[in-house]
Design a protein around this ligand. Structure first.
Ligand code: ADP
Ligand code: MG
Length: 258
């Protein structure tokens, strides 16, 4: 059954050489992600989450183990994986349409302008094609970053704390938007987050990582129907279960984030 999974991560181990020392950052990572699944990765700062995503994008050349996409070992970055970072990383001197179109594969030819427009519409930025990044709010900039990541119609969308820099109301609104886009595009998503509630709200499964070296400690399924009710008993129960993994319980930790 595992061989039919879209993304297979098998016995992955990542070491960084710092000076004369090898530092183990990820150890024994095993995870299969199915087509269309939404998986969140949650763990303390420095436990290797960004490194893990960089491996999935193909930005970290050397690692032990295997990362397979549709049965083929990843070999460098490719347009079938799009990534969104915490900071939107839009180029300030380009309009939104130019930013979104920048990475668009050249063979799309004459259709390019339409594809860019469609993705700008998809993320709810209709009418802002000619705006510059400084003219957009934080949430709008992240929308543009999501459009840029999706413009080549990747199979997998990787998100590294994509909503981490937003205020809490915008963040909740953008969580709904992410869910809408994920469903509409029927895409496989792997998202790193620090926010337990965000992970429970959006994910089919939550991967909990422990630190030094980063390992998968536990995978918690979230079998709740969507859209999810943050105030429901089942939602709170799963949130509590995740918090317990970090020795935090709802009644003693009101911020709900780690
Ligand atoms: N290119 C690198 N060279 C050396 N060490 C690195 C490099 N990238 C990340 N690290 C180290 O790997 C660990 C995990 O980093 P990172 O993946 O960014 O963690 P997280 O995203 O969970 O906060 C940290 O200790 C960090 O200092
Ligand atoms: Mg990180």
């Amino acid at each position: 059954m595992a061989d039919t999974e879209t993304l297979q991560i098998k016995n992955v181990h990542k070491t960084f050489r710092v000076g004369k020392q090898d530092i183990d950052v990820l150890e024994d990572i095993n995870l299969n992600v199915s087509a269309g699944e939404f998986v969140s990765v949650i763990g303390a700062s420095g436990c290797g989450k960004t490194t893990f995503l960089r491996l999935l994008v193909g930005l970290e050349g050397e690692y032990q183990g295997d990362i397979l996409l549709n049965g083929k070992r990843l070999n460098g970055p490719s347009i079938n994986r799009g990534i969104v970072f915490q900071n939107h990383r839009l180029l300030p001197w380009l309009t939104i349409e130019k930013n979104v179109g920048l990475g668009l594969e050249s063979k799309k030819g004459n259709n390019k302008a339409q594809i860019v427009q469609d993705h700008i519409d998809l993320v709810g930025l209709k009418g802002f094609c000619k705006s510059y990044p400084y003219q957009l709010s934080g949430g709008m900039s992240q929308r543009a970053a999501i459009a840029r990541a999706l413009v080549n119609r990747p199979e997998i969308l990787l998100l590294d704390e994509p909503l981490g820099a937003l205020d809490s109301l915008t963040r909740m609104y953008m969580q709904n938007e992410l869910e809408r886009i994920w469903k509409l595009e029927n895409i496989t998503a792997v998202m790193v987050t620090h926010d337990v509630e965000e992970a429970v709200y959006l994910s089919d499964r939550i991967v909990i990582m422990s630190c030094r070296p980063g390992k998968i400690k536990r995978i918690i399924p979230v079998p709740l129907s969507r859209p999810r009710d943050r105030a429901s008993y089942d939602f709170m129960r799963i949130k509590e279960e995740v918090l317990k993994e970090f020795h935090l319980q709802a009644e003693e930790h009101f911020a709900y984030s780690i």
